[in-house]
Design a protein around this ligand. Sequence first.
Ligand code: NAD
Length: 255
Amino acid sequence: MSLKGKNAVITGGAKGIGGAATRALHREGANVVILDVDSLGGKLAEELGKGALFFKCDVSRETEVRQAMEKAVETFGDLDILVNNAGIQRYSTVTETTEEEWDLVMNVNLKSAFLCAKHAIPSMLAKGKGVVINVSSVQAFITQNNVAPYTTSKTAMLGLTRSIAVDYAPNIRSVAVCPGTVDTPMLRDALQLSPDPEAVYQECVDMHLAKRICSPEEVAELIVFLASDKAPFITGQAIRIDGGLGLMVAGSKRD
Ligand SMILES: NC(=O)c1ccc[n+]([C@@H]2O[C@H](COP(=O)([O-])OP(=O)(O)OC[C@H]3O[C@@H](n4cnc5c(N)ncnc54)[C@H](O)[C@@H]3O)[C@@H](O)[C@H]2O)c1
C-alpha cells in the first residue's frame, strides 16, 4: 500500500491513534507532519527521521492551523492526506456541562477538523487530488452516560465528512473512521477516574463482541488503507472499527 511521495498531516499525531497513524503513514513512504500541543510529537518526528516534521499547534485555533499548513506546504510542496484525529474526552450530562466545557470539546474535536480541512483542501485542489480522514467514534451511532459534548462532537463529524465529500468530489475524498474502545493514553486516563480501573477495563473488553479492545495500530492500518489509492471508491462514509460493539440487543444473549 505505497504512499511514496504523498504528504500527510496528522492532528494529535504525537501519541495514541494519531501516533500510530503517523508511524504507519511514514512506514508506507509518506512524508508526515504532526500537529499537536504535546511536544512528544517532536520526539516522534525525530525518531522517524527523514520525511517527518512536528509543528506545535493547537488545532482549535485558526491562526495556528493556517501557519502550520503553510509551513507544511512550504516544506513538502503540497498536501495529499489530512487526518483529523486530535480529540479530547470530558464526562458530563447536558445539565452538568458548563458553556466553557462544551465549547472546549466542540473546538478541539469538531472545529479543529473544519479548520484543518479549510486550510489543507486548497493545496489538494491545486494538485487535483486529496483525502480527508476524520477520526470520529462509535459514539456517533451509540452512546453511554455522561458524554454529551463528546458524543455530539463525534456525530457532527459525520456531517462534516459528508459535506467535504460532496463539495469537493470527485477530486477529494472524505471518510470518517469510527473506532470502538482503543488502548491509548486517552483510555488509560479515563480508567484512572474510576476507583477500580481494572474492572472498568474488563467492562470495556466485555462490551465488544471481539472480547478485547482495539489497538491504535489496527485503527492506523484502516487509516492507511482509506488514504491510499486502494480505496478510490470510498467517500462520504463512516467506517466502524469496533469489534462488534453495540451490535447485539442488550440482554438478548442466550447460552
Ligand atoms: N481511545 C479510544 O477509545 C477512542 C475511541 C474512539 C475514538 N477516539 C478518538 O480518536 C482520536 C484519538 O484519540 P486517542 O485515544 O488516541 O487520544 P489521546 O489522548 O491518546 O491522543 C490525542 C492526541 O491529541 C492531541 N491533542 C489534544 N488536543 C489538541 C489540540 N487542541 N491541538 C492539537 N493536538 C491536540 C493530544 O496532545 C494527543 O497527542 C480522538 O479524536 C478520540 O476522540 C478514541
